[in-house]
Design a protein around this ligand. Sequence first.
Ligand code: APR
Length: 247
Amino acid sequence: MLEQVAEIIRHAQRGVVLTGAGMSAESGVPTFRGNEGLWAKFRPEDLATMDAFIANSKLVWEWYKWRRDLIRQVKPNPGHYALAELARWIPDFTLVTQNVDGLHRLAGSERVLEIHGNILKNKCIACDRAIELDDEIDPKQIPACPHCGGKIRPDVVWFGEMLPEETIQEAFEAAERADIFLSVGTSALVHPAATLPVVAKRHGAILVEINPDETPLTGLADFNFAAKSGELLPELVEMLSRVGKTE
Ligand code: APR
């Protein structure tokens, strides 16, 4: 089965990979919905929403500070490096990630569409400007925006918020023209991200899913690998290197 996917990639001109929290699981970043998931302790509605932030900014910042401290200690895993390598095999390659941990860039992926933002960045809740801060935010003393005095928040997309328009538009355009679309390490439950593989499939792409668990995509995919991304992706790239690209 993996040989077939490698063969398709060898002939592919346009490819898209969508990644979710499972991509970073082997780096030690807990997923959201697995039983060890971040949400196991919290409910999304309690923390990752504007209402939650207005109601209790300190609690929301405590959670993001805990996640930031964790993410600063983790490293990309072999799956991240394999995706950076995979980009070399497909002329028009787009990497779309729901992850906010920045690990794809750290692993060398150049063009990464961070459709849910980046947890290490800050912005003002009122004027929406990006805010550079020298040191970490203290949840007990949330700084005010130097431009308008509004509260500073993490620059990530919260539930019920719009995704960065250009970024998600670019992701859908890539999905529509893809020859092959890989959905890796995502539960495919949160939209519009989870709509991307469906759009790709509808426009004729071969759909490949890499996830130890079943998801709503599993029945739709042409190929399913019940495997860890950190193990399967390096195997796929190694197979490509063995045989080389077919022009
Ligand atoms: N390799 C591949 N997949 C894995 C691995 C692994 N090593 N470990 C776990 N998984 C799978 C799980 O089976 C699960 O289906 O990764 C998926 C992670 O799903 P979620 O925790 O729901 O994460 P994600 O799909 O990225 O969530 C989407 O929801 O909370 C919001 O904004 C948040 O971006 C997030 C979005």
